[in-house]
Design a binder for this molecule. Structure first.
Ligand code: AMP
Length: 539
């Protein structure tokens, strides 16, 4: 027997409509591409979103059409998030840090019909526009008065584009399973793959993200996603903030320590989220300038492992609780958050930090297990490593335009991460499956070794890769960037591992580099280093 409840569809438009009607005067503050601070309210944003929808309809944009953005986190990008999805079209956020060839590939693959871009990407757009075969219109995200300074046919400034006569509309209704946004991930091998989110998955994810034991976002929060809106929907925060009535702060393109420090203090940010690199820059800035961030209660760190030393420094020096989180583009992205349980109150401080450095427990909606290579589930004992698999209503089941499902027969998605899960459900990533080091038939966690190295006060960044070894199959090689003022020796670095891991885990050699290569989403580019150092001989 079916229930007798209203079958209202969960649509992205309902979030902004709710914010307009219930938190209409709450602010969205953003740093624009021209480095100015822009402020307005959810109601003012809604008014412009409706104008934007009318403008898009006016040029013939239809349901299911794709609209691309190359933009930083600001109010215009926010408007695009809501306008494109609310009218039934699909928002395609492109990561501008990708190589030009990759951007061309994904835009053509997605069949984008319009491209909105920030002024700072004008050169990039100039370089690639001839190869973007489906794009018919370009919109530069500037105000009407500024001169366009770009040679493209069919281009208009954002403010001219949305200056539309019809300023109101009824939100269109359609099925919640329809697509609302598209984001390509380059985490997998081969060409980037498109993850196509639905209205329903986006809403449920934002809802779960806001819950008290997830990120605890409410009308008293001031939320600042430092994670870009082109990376997995800014981890859902641009949806969670209007859904809960939180003030939203969008930091633009300046993500250096000083800029982030200033905007946190100016706007009294209470919760922010980003990758470890950003928080390292903030810590360095505060250290050099005796700064503090008194308004901040929680910093969410994800995308790469948050080193324990970083979690500890935020807590000890700045009274900020780090929430270590894990997820991936295919998961909208949030899967786990690390929060201690009441039963951990009496743990020693050191044990608490050990636990906080784990990636945490599944949030409601996400099921998780680890298996061996033949698919047999492994024990939740906190020690056994296995392939991490997930299920849930905001986990992808296939990639865009690829008919083959990416799930096994039981509906599990293999994340490509290797992890342990302890009896309380705390998950800890030990590696990407392709990065794990196989030595003498046993696995060595490169992330564990990197975290230890980063804990050394003179080491700024560390990467551990497996290099071929005739006897052991693979052995760990440590590559580090050290503080400019220090002159560490190999012995000093390797001695630092003694007593912290089993002897056979200690890297065989250390290489000192000026910098380490990163991917477009800020992760270490281990494949490049593996290639470069595959013939490295230990001396
Ligand atoms: P992306 O789809 O670009 O967000 O990348 C997802 C991948 O980033 C995951 O599969 C993990 O390998 C890695 N990742 C994300 N968060 C963490 C974390 N907290 N610790 C370690 N690795 C992480």
């Amino acid at each position: 027997m079916l229930g007798l409840m209203q079958n209202r569809q969960l649509l992205v438009s309902s979030i902004i409509d709710f914010a307009d009607k219930n938190y209409g005067d709450v602010e969205i503050v953003s740093k624009t591409d021209s480095n100015q601070v822009h402020r307005y309210s959810y109601s003012e944003a809604t008014y412009r979103i409706k104008k934007l929808i009318n403008a898009l309809k006016n040029i013939g944009l239809k349901k299911g059409d794709k609209v691309a953005t190359l933009a930083w986190n600001d109010h215009r990008h926010f408007e695009l998030y809501y306008a494109i999805s609310s009218m039934g079209a699909i928002l395609h956020t492109i990561n501008p840090r990708l190589f030009e060839e990759q951007i061309i590939y994904i835009s053509n693959h997605a069949e984008d019909s319009i491209l909105f871009f920030d002024q700072s990407f004008a050169n990039l757009v100039n370089n690639i526009s001839k190869k973007l075969v489906s794009v018919k219109k370009y919109v530069i995200m500037k105000s009407e008065k500024s001169d366009l300074n770009i040679k493209l046919d069919n281009i208009i400034s954002y403010e001219n584009f949305i200056d539309h006569k019809v300023k109101d509309l009824d939100w269109p209704n359609f099925k919640e399973e329809e697509a609302c946004s598209l984001c390509y991930t380059s985490g997998t091998t081969g060409n980037p793959k498109g993850v196509l989110y639905s209205h329903k998955s986006t809403l449920l994810h934002a809802w779960a993200t806001s819950m008290p034991d997830t990120l605890c976002i409410s009308a008293s929060s001031v939320v600042m996603p430092v994670v870009p809106m082109f990376h997995a929907n800014a981890w859902g925060l641009v949806y969670a903030a209007p859904m809960t009535g939180a003030k939203l702060v969008l930091p633009g393109s300046d993500l250096d320590g000083e800029s982030i420090y200033k905007i946190i203090n100016d706007e009294k940010v209470t919760i922010s989220a980003g990758v470890p690199t950003v928080w390292l820059m903030l810590l360095n800035y505060m250290d050099q300038n005796r700064g503090s961030i008194m308004s901040v209660k929680n910093l969410v760190i994800g995308g790469s492992a948050a080193p324990k030393s970083m979690i500890k420094e935020f807590s000890d020096k700045y009274n900020v609780t780090v929430l270590h989180a894990w997820g991936m583009t295919e998961m909208s992205p949030l899967g786990t958050v690390c929060r201690l349980l009441p039963k951990h109150n009496d743990l020693s401080i050191a044990s608490k930090f050990d636990l906080k450095a784990k990636q945490g427990r599944a949030i409601f909606g996400v099921e998780m297990k680890i298996t061996d290579d033949s698919g047999v589930e492994m024990p939740r004992d906190g020690k056994s490593f296995g392939n991490l698999k997930v299920k849930g209503p905001w986990v992808a089941e296939a990639y865009y335009k690829e008919p083959k499902k990416i799930l096994d027969e039981e509906g599990w998605f293999n994340t490509g991460d290797v992890a342990t899960i302890d009896p309380d459900g705390f998950m800890q990533i030990t590696d990407r499956s392709k990065d794990v080091i196989k030595s003498g038939g046993e696995w060595i966690s490169s992330i564990d070794l990197e975290n230890i190295a980063i804990g050394h006060e003179k080491i700024l960044e560390a990467c551990v890769i497996g290099i071929p070894d005739t006897k052991w199959d693979e052995r760990p090689l440590l590559l580090i960037v050290q503080d400019k003022k220090s002159e560490l020796t190999k012995k000093e670095v390797l001695d630092f591992f003694v007593g912290k891991v089993a002897k056979w885990w200690i890297p065989d050699d250390v290489i000192f580099l000026e910098e380490l290569p990163h991917t477009a989403t800020g992760k270490l580019l281990k494949s490049k280093l593996r290639d470069e150092f595959k013939n490295h001989k230990i001396v």
